[in-house]
Design a protein around this ligand. Structure first.
Ligand code: PEP
Ligand code: MG
Length: 588
């Protein structure tokens, strides 16, 4: 255990690669002191504006390049940095430092960037913490430019051998700054699964590990490393045996890929004939293709937050209706579950001034925002009702804790429907309304929610976070954040029992549904619908086609009696090993 050559972190983009380490010093440069006279102030202001304009041009260029290699939604990630560089409050503060304190442009920009960073670190908002890398990205670029260096001077380009890039902080720009074929993997000390750079690395299909514990000090420039973005590990100076093992795993993964491909059009039916529906979780429009080609039977979770991020204002009804219609047309006759905005922290459009909160995960977010600002909810409800005529569109409410929230949402939907009818707009009269069970309150009231809603869907990411009081994005707590904790396991059983007793469909749409061990458990508990991120669909289908439902039920019954996480995992591991090739566990 605790081999100092093995660094552990969070695997944010899967796949394993072997190659030389390429350590990038991508940080804020040292800014030398330089006196500025009163006469020099206008010159400094001009230098600042020129540098910002040049960096904005470069970011636009990166955005264009990203759109080409990863699609327009991924490219929108750069809007955050561009908007930061246009923020009058931020720029006004930098200019104020130049004018009032006679600081050089670079000193003033550095000061303001560091101040904002410190503020965001204190803020405790997970989204602000994630956006620190965006701030660092503009800080690095503007400061280097003011010091007379271009990005090309700072970054030596890797040669022809694909390298594994190591950096303290992986900014979104750095992710796309190199040519795709020269980079085999990324590793960083800072960062979480939901940071912009992680999303980009995933979109580009480059394995990536973030939140590396143990730091970079042990990694040598050009030293060989093995990076495993599935498990979230980096092995420094691997032994010949470790390299051979990694190659075996890579080879097995390739063979598994072939097997997965073979069943892509087959239904997910267990060996004893139990049918499970597999749907896709779609965050960005680009993922629709992947969901369809991987055989998704509809969209079990259509996240709508991307519609507002990086935007100056909320999208209107027409734009949303067009998007939902497009998704419905892509999955004719199959369910498309639109989740209303799960906004929170700084996940708001730029023009919306959210409150500062000491505890954003327990704050004004998700359904709370939508019900307090009913026009936001009505716009989404109207768009869903309009799209419903194109297919089987359904509406789902996030972070519900009380029945009153469901009643109020239904009232707003009914009002929206009446208004559409009076206006003569073509739309469905009603839409199935489901509740996400992702808080302990909703889990405890599952029977009531099952009576009052049309379907239930378990958000295991938040259900785990709130049941265990463990921040889902905190790298230090990653070991403690597990849906295999007996408290979460028992909750899951109660939810499915409540839903099925009321004759409702109960699905799982959290990350858990794509974990091999969880698939066995959820099947055994009685879940018949799983919604997973599109790249995981083939594996889950392949696995279900090998499982025996009767055996899964026995495992689930044993698991429900376990009182520690360790025991739950042990039982599931044994259960899987009995049913499928145990090597699978080493791959997934
Ligand atoms: C969840 O919480 O499990 C979920 C699916 O929602 P999100 O990850 O978007 O919070
Ligand atoms: Mg959630």
């Amino acid at each position: 255990m605790n081999d100092p050559r093995v660094l552990t972190g969070i695997g944010v983009s899967p796949g394993s690669v072997i190659g030389p380490a390429y350590i990038v010093q991508w940080g804020l440069p040292d800014v030398p002191h330089r006196a500025v006279t009163a006469e020099g102030v206008p010159g400094e202001l001009k230098r600042l504006r020129d540098a910002i304009a040049a960096v904005k041009d470069h970011l636009q260029e990166l955005k264009r390049r990203t759109a080409e290699v990863a699609g327009p939604s991924q490219a929108k990630i750069f809007d955050t940095q561009i908007l930061m560089l246009e923020d009058p409050e931020f720029l006004g503060a930098v200019e104020g430092l130049i004018e009032d304190n006679q600081l050089s442009a670079e000193r003033a920009f550095e000061y303001q960037t560091l101040e904002m960073r410190a503020l965001w670190e204190q803020s405790d908002s997970p989204t602000l913490r994630q956006r620190r890398a965006d701030l660092a990205g503009i800080g690095i670029r503007v400061l280097h430019r003011l010091l007379g260096r271009s990005v090309e001077d700072v970054l030596t380009r890797p040669g022809a051998t694909p390298v594994i890039v190591f950096t303290r902080e992986l900014t979104p720009g750095l992710t796309v700054e190199f040519d795709r074929e020269h980079v085999a993997g990324f590793a960083s000390v800072e960062g979480t699964r939901t940071s912009h750079a992680a999303i980009l690395a995933h979109g580009l299909g480059i394995p990536c590990v973030m939140g590396l514990v143990g730091g970079l000090d042990r990694v040598r420039q050009d030293g060989i490393v093995i990076l495993d973005g599935t498990r979230g590990t980096v092995i420094i100076d691997p032994t010949p045996q470790e390299i051979a093992d990694a190659e075996v795993v890579a080879d097995r993964r390739r063979r598994l890929e072939v097997e997965l491909e073979e069943v892509v059009d087959q239904p997910a039916i267990t060996v004893d004939g139990i049918r499970v529906s597999l749907r896709g979780n779609v965050d960005l429009p680009e993922e629709l293709d992947a969901a369809a080609t991987h055989g998704a039977e509809g969209v079990g979770l259509l996240r709508t937050e991307f519609l507002v991020l990086g935007r100056a204002e909320l999208p209107g009804e027409d734009e949303q209706a067009a998007y939902f219609q497009r998704v419905a047309q892509r999955f004719p006759g199959q369910p498309v579950v639109v989740r209303t905005y799960d906004l929170g922290g700084d996940k708001f459009p730029a023009a919306f001034r959210p409150p500062r909160e000491a505890n954003p995960f327990l704050g004004w977010r998700a359904i709370r925002v939508c019900l307090d600002e009913p026009d936001i909810f009505r716009t989404q409800a109207r768009a869903v009702l309009r799209a419903q005529i194109e297919g089987n569109v359904q509406l789902m409410l996030p972070l519900v804790t009380s029945l009153e929230e469901l009643y109020r949402a239904r009232e707003l939907i009914a009002e929206s429907s009446d208004a559409l009818r009076q206006e003569g707009v073509e739309a469905a009269q009603t839409v199935p309304v489901g509740v996400m069970i992702e808080t302990p309150a909703a889990a405890l009231l599952a029977e009531e929610f099952a009576r009052e809603s049309d379907f239930l869907s378990v958000g295991t990411n938040d259900l785990t976070q709130y049941t265990l009081a463990v921040d889902r994005g905190n790298a230090r707590l990653a070991d403690r954040f597990t849906p295999f904790h007996p408290a979460v396991v028992r909750s899951l059983q109660q939810i499915v029992d409540a839903g099925r007793a009321a004759g409702l469909e109960v699905s799982v749409c959290g990350e858990m549904a794509s974990d091999v061990r969880a698939v066995l458990l959820l099947l055994g508990m009685g879940y018949r619908v799983l919604s997973v991120s599109p790249p995981r669909l083939p594996l889950v289908r392949w696995l279900l086609r090998r499982l025996d439902h009767g055996a899964a039920e026995s495992v689930a019954a044993e698991v429900s009696k376990a009182s520690t996480t360790g025991r739950v995992i042990e039982l599931l591991r044994e259960g899987i090993a009995d049913l499928v090739d145990a090597d699978l566990l080493s791959l997934a």
